[in-house]
Design a protein around this ligand. Structure first.
Ligand SMILES: [Zn+2]
Length: 470
């Protein structure tokens, strides 16, 4: 009797628990099937990227063209290369979007020498004109040098600047772990230093290269002139030559430097963004944009900056194709022109996108080099959204992504006003500024595993966005 009661009670509990768990069993089945599918696809993406290295091979062929500064012949060759490549890869549509870009040329004269004086000996200095700089006259300029660390210091010593070359020597702060932060804290000298010097009557400007590496390879980059001030020639000095000049000035504050540059700005020229896409099967008007910039500086090969971002974006689409994944939403690759010295490609695309009926549900930019993946930043601080995206980390971790957090996106996609969500792809940042904007940014310094892991991370994120939306 007692046993019978126990059996009856157990049976009741069993039937009751079955009744309350049936719907959740069904839901769990759906969830676990989906989890398994997402895990499998993430793994297939990583395996295929690391084994086949298509992006790495494409980057080699892009880098063979040479540097690709906006307005240059090489930049047009690279644009056509990308256009043809996307067609070969079987994108559903590929087109070139016209953009008028600035045309600055370095020229073939680029010399800075420290002249003999009573206390210092003649020395040739390693320099690169800054992008956008005016040249000197044919004879060049010879002047005394005033060394300062900040614009404030220059203002305090304004009376000493007249007729001199102003030398900004504040190094990138090596103690800051995030090198993009230390770069951001030092780059004002390069971008606005010539204006600050011109305000107080300086005749030229030299800046210590903004780099993490201790060598003598100069790093160029954009500079901007104010219309209201005289335009003075400006160049970046190799890091160790900046140290040398600094100590020479301590020996002899009256030493002179001669500077000769024949760089010049020519009229704007016609160029293009390259755009290619594969159509979504369920929501073709919902776009997931993947971007990098096709232009580079005119030294090196623009391998990390930003050939890597371009070929990663192109390979994302190829991974969908070679793994036979049909995206639910449209995946569009945009290779922007003129990120480095004007941002006009980004502006042109943004005005096209913001006036279109299609919705950019997400845009992802890769412009921080081909290094080991770390995370993604998003331009939103919504907790609900962050929680949703963080629930994807188990898949993204397959490609070494550890976090998603609020932060910036990228200079080209940040102009998209109507995009629902912007992502920045964030690889490890410790070595990027060793190469950035210098002759060292070449294909040989790219690690294929790190590049392809980045591509995998971007592909997994794109896949999940395409399946789940925002
Ligand atoms: Zn870049």
């Amino acid at each position: 009797m007692k046993n019978f009661l126990i059996i009856k009670k157990s049976l009741f509990i069993f039937i009751f628990s079955l009744w309350i768990t049936i719907p959740s069993i069904a839901q769990t089945d759906i969830d676990s099937t989906k989890i398994l599918k997402y895990k499998n696809i993430s793994q297939q993406i990583v395996t295929s990227a690391l084994n086949e290295r298509l992006g790495y091979k494409m980057l080699r062929s892009l880098c063979r063209i040479g540097p690709r500064l906006s307005g240059s012949k090489n930049s047009l060759i690279a644009i056509n290369w990308a256009y043809n490549k996307m067609q070969e890869m079987g994108f559903d549509s590929v087109w070139k979007q016209p953009v008028k870009v600035p045309h600055w040329e370095r020229g073939d004269v680029e010399e800075a020498v420290l002249n003999d004086s009573a206390k210092v000996h003649f020395k040739k200095l390693s320099i690169l004109s800054l992008g956008g700089s005016v040249g000197t006259t044919e004879e060049g300029i010879t002047a005394k040098v005033i060394e300062v660390k900040t614009f404030d210091e220059l203002e305090k010593r304004r009376d000493e600047a007249r007729g001199k070359i102003v030398f900004f020597s504040r190094p990138l702060d090596q103690a800051t772990v995030n090198t993009f932060t230390s770069y951001g804290n030092a780059v004002d000298q390069r971008v606005y230093g010539a204006n600050e010097g011109a305000k107080y009557g300086a005749v030229g400007m030299l800046v210590r290269s903004i780099t993490t590496q201790y060598d003598n390879v100069p790093h160029t980059g954009v500079m901007i002139y104010a219309d209201s001030l005289p335009k003075i020639p400006a160049a970046a000095l190799g890091y160790t030559d900046a140290d040398f000049l600094s100590s020479a000035l301590k020996e002899d504050p009256n030493l002179t430097v001669s500077l000769k540059l024949n760089c010049k700005t020519l009229p704007d020229v016609q160029s293009y963004n390259v755009i290619g896409e594969i159509k979504g099967s369920e929501f073709p008007d919902e776009i997931i944009l993947m971007g990098g910039h096709i232009d580079s500086w005119d030294v090196g090969e623009g391998a990390h900056d930003d050939g890597a971002g371009c070929t990663q974006a192109m390979e994302v689409v190829d991974l969908f194709k070679r793994l036979n994944i049909t995206p639910k939403r449209t995946i569009r690759v945009v290779l922007f022109i003129n990120e480095e010295n004007g941002g006009r490609g980004g502006k042109t695309y943004a005005s096209f996108a913001d006036s279109s009926n299609q919705i950019h549900i997400a845009a992802i930019e890769s412009d921080r080099g081909a290094f080991t993946p770390r995370g993604f930043t998003i331009n939103s601080d919504s907790t609900a959204l962050l929680e949703k995206l963080e629930s994807w980390l188990p898949y993204l971790q397959t490609a070494n992504i550890d976090w998603i957090r609020n932060g910036g996106s990228g200079s080209d996609i940040s102009k998209l006003k109507k995009a629902k969500l912007l992502f920045g792809y964030i690889p490890d940042c410790q070595r990027y500024f060793d190469f950035h904007h210098s002759a060292k940014d070449i294909f040989n310094v790219i690690n294929p595993r790190e590049l392809e892991l980045g591509t995998s991370a971007m592909t997994i994120l794109t896949y999940l966005l395409s399946e789940e939306g925002i």
